[in-house]
Design a protein around this ligand. Sequence first.
Ligand code: ATP
Length: 448
Amino acid sequence: MWPVKFPKSCILNIETMNPDLFEKVVSLCKRRGFVYPSSELYGGLSGFWDFGPLGVELKNNLKAAWWGRVVHGREDVVGLDSAIIYNPKVWEKSGHTKFMTDLLVECKNCHQRFREDHVKGECPNCKGKEFTDPRPFNVMFKTYVGPVESDEGLAYLRPETAQGIFINFESIVNTTRLKLPFGIAQIGKAFRNEITTGNFIFRSREFEQAELEWFCQPKEADKWFKYWQKERIEWYSELGMKKENLKFREHEDKERAHYAVTAFDIEYQFPWGWGELEGIANRSDYDLKAHGLKYRDEEAGEELVPFVVEPSVGIERSAFAFLLDAYHEEPGAKSQESRVVLKLHPKLAPYKVAVFPLVANKPELMKEARSIYELLTKNYQLGPVAWDDRGNIGKRYYSQDEIGTPWCVTVDYQTLEDRTVTVRDRDTTKQERIAVGSLLSYFSGKLS
Ligand code: ATP
């Protein structure tokens, strides 16, 4: 079993930061098209990021891996895709208009504003020691629905996806006839006007959450809480995250959200220290009661307000953790340069396969390589397939290693004779010869 109790860690502890790893991964993300600062053309906008051709694949793969294990891989969870903007009464009833606040302090020296719990006695910007008194700041973004900007049209961008699940609870129970315990899952955008953003995509103002609301008998909530702790940590391990970089930390009384009776974070060892990756909360019957909702089991003649256990993870934050975890630098063999390898789990890798002609100036090799590329591309189950015919093979391998492509297929002269290709493995760099006709089953076997 995993350790479950740890002391509070510091989220923005600059002292322990390993700037090297952080800088290297951030620069790789931009250079290779994982993440760009949003609106960069106009100077950017703090807390907003765009995900490039590789980033969108990584995020989609992560979401599919989460949905696969949490929804498709079981019979007791169904999915939902609710709107982002709800009737503002939702947020009044749920307590978010009152409690979705962070304590804000301002440094008296440089006048920058921070979340109080991110300031450890010293201004992270100028090291000043004096701050204004903390005051609550509601992090929900406001907007107006309809053509008039008046209080009547006031609405909020959701700061969590969970409320969409609660307000659809009755409809889902009625249409699916689910019996306790069961879960409703949702992946979607959430928005928080964070006082301070930072650490790259770790804390942004627009992000995606993958949330499961698990409804159960109140007396069974503790049992299910432990179950979901275990289940969620196994998900990270299954996708190759290093166990030593993960731990649980229990929330202290004062940091628990207004709806939670128990809360643990799954923390990841980021370059600057341990930080929250995922929250697991026992939300009790708080939300269903707040919305006046009940569960009725006609057959059993039972009526009750279930308890809710909620694992909730940020997609961008976990994508960042997977990227950091996967980043390796390895010395090359004699006379070869060292290589950067993203050892991402093949299920997460943006490209699973790259195809190269050994040399680009031989039309017969190009033709054969193109036909193999098309064969693999048309089988879209593999996701996008990379093509590269520039430079030498060594450079192409290194270029794919850096973005985590697990397998590179090279079409050479032998291919023209016996219809086999070399398949080179990213992690071992070993090569084997595979018949072109078996390539699809070879890769799908590896990915299953
Ligand atoms: P924090 O203490 O870091 O502000 P939180 O406890 O408010 O986070 P939760 O409300 O538990 O976060 O949200 C669940 C998950 O959503 C977090 O574990 C994180 O992965 C993600 N998340 C929350 N806020 C952000 C954000 N501003 N940017 C990116 N991801 C976020």
